[in-house]
Design a protein around this ligand. Structure first.
Ligand code: ZN
Length: 410
């Protein structure tokens, strides 16, 4: 591979400029492919665009651009500098004004100065695909950042990728029409494609793309996406804005065959619950039952302090003293049982009891030694299930907790 620094003028670059938008853009006498297949969908940014023109008009230097020379022909693909190249060409063509001045209205000498402005180009020649890709990644770290998925598309050039982009990342593509209420990010920057690939591959995008790179089309991916969307609409017929950004495909992969008859009704109930702070989390909670998705409210410092004082600074389970800044507020009646964030429902426990007993669901299995009241030295190993709430009320003051090994087999 050889890299050669060359200088061309804007006049050279603009010669034969032809912008067919997403179907291709060429310049430099038709020899430069400004939007080659491996390049990202161009995201036109008017602020960056104006600053490029401003730089040129002031005669300040633009950073170097990279072209890849095609083997055995005098043609090139633009590797880095699409925003700059298209901004310059569109300005010269008269598509927009900067500071209220169109190119064709500028005085002759100003037009000439722009057309003679020199651009620095690194031309990469005679590279293998891997070498070119290595370069592509390297310049990407310095230039306009490509997204991970844009780089993957560059790695897996072919019919499959072209077709997948047609579905998921063109302006007015089918995925926008079908899925924009459920997907976040910018389709043109490949965010939709990345999300759906992550779903279908259970987060193994590169493996999936490598396996399918030589497929004739991406109809499998599109068909999967249609199924996911249809499933969402069937399970939750009413649309909520919180649906946008849920990892629907991952839920679909795992739970598409579970009975979801009551889900919509349960969703509405939880949605109306003020203590459920993460409304989006409800969608996950309904499937896996994990309360952590719900962002359930916690007691205020004031309520915690009140409970601490009421308990005379002691953990209500083990009865040991606990420092106020270590005391953990828990619900006497759990959220599931309708226990609310109210002072009367607040108890404090020490960190160790919180860890051992409060994070284990409703029933806590406890191994302990029971002393014979008649013969104090006689101890019998016991194992018993304690109800979470009862544990908070009764505490463990009278029993001697032991390690599991000492306890009898249940
Ligand atoms: Zn304790």
């Amino acid at each position: 591979m050889r890299i050669r620094l060359t200088k061309i003028t804007i006049r050279d670059l603009f010669e034969g400029y032809d912008n067919q938008f997403e179907n291709g853009v060429t310049g430099f006498g038709g020899k430069l492919d400004i939007r080659p297949k491996f390049q990202r969908e161009f995201v036109y940014n008017p602020i960056q665009r104006d600053s490029v023109i401003d730089t040129v008009m002031n005669g300040y230097p633009l950073s170097v651009m990279y072209w890849l020379k095609n083997k055995d022909s005098d043609t090139y693909e633009l590797m880095d500098g699409q925003q700059r190249t298209i901004s310059i060409c569109e300005y010269v063509e008269g598509s927009f004004a900067v500071n209220n001045e169109y190119f064709f209205k500028l005085p002759q000498e100003k037009q000439e100065a722009i057309l003679n402005y020199p651009l620095l180009i690194y031309v990469v020649e005679e590279g293998t695909d891997e070498e070119n890709l290595a370069w592509f990644r390297k310049i990407n770290t310095a230039g306009e950042k490509l997204t991970e998925q844009e780089i993957r598309n560059a790695v897996h050039v072919g019919a499959w990728t072209t077709d997948a982009k047609k579905y998921f990342s063109k302006s007015f593509c089918p995925a926008i029409k079908l899925g924009e209420n459920y997907l976040t990010g910018m389709p043109l920057r490949q965010d939709y494609l990345e999300t759906v690939l992550r779903w279908i591959s259970d987060d193994k995008i590169d493996e999936y793309m490598a396996t399918h790179a030589n497929d004739a089309d991406a109809s499998e991916l599109w068909g999967y996406f249609e199924k996911v969307i249809a499933w969402i609409k069937q399970v939750f017929p009413t649309y909520h804005k919180e649906m946008k950004g849920v990892e629907w495909g991952l839920l679909y992969n795992k739970y598409s065959s579970v009975d979801t008859t009551n889900f919509e009704a349960r969703f509405n109930e939880l949605y109306a619950d003020d203590e459920v702070e993460s409304k989006r989390g409800i969608y996950y909670y309904l499937f896996d039952g994990d309360e952590k998705h719900l962002g359930i409210s916690t007691f205020t410092p004031g309520m915690t302090k009140t409970a601490y004082k009421r308990q005379n600074g002691k953990c209500c389970i083990c009865g040991n003293d606990v420092a106020q800044n270590q005391a953990i507020a828990v619900r006497l009646d759990s959220w599931k049982d309708g226990g609310r964030i109210e002072s009367e429902n607040c108890r404090v426990v020490c960190p160790s009891c919180n860890f051992n007993y409060m994070n284990k669901g409703e029933d806590v299995e406890i191994h302990y030694m029971q002393r014979d009241p008649e013969n104090w030295n006689k101890r019998t190993p016991m194992v018993k299930k304690f109800n979470r709430k009862q544990l908070l009320i009764d505490g463990l003051g009278h029993i001697e907790i032991v390690e599991k090994e000492e306890a009898p087999k249940a």
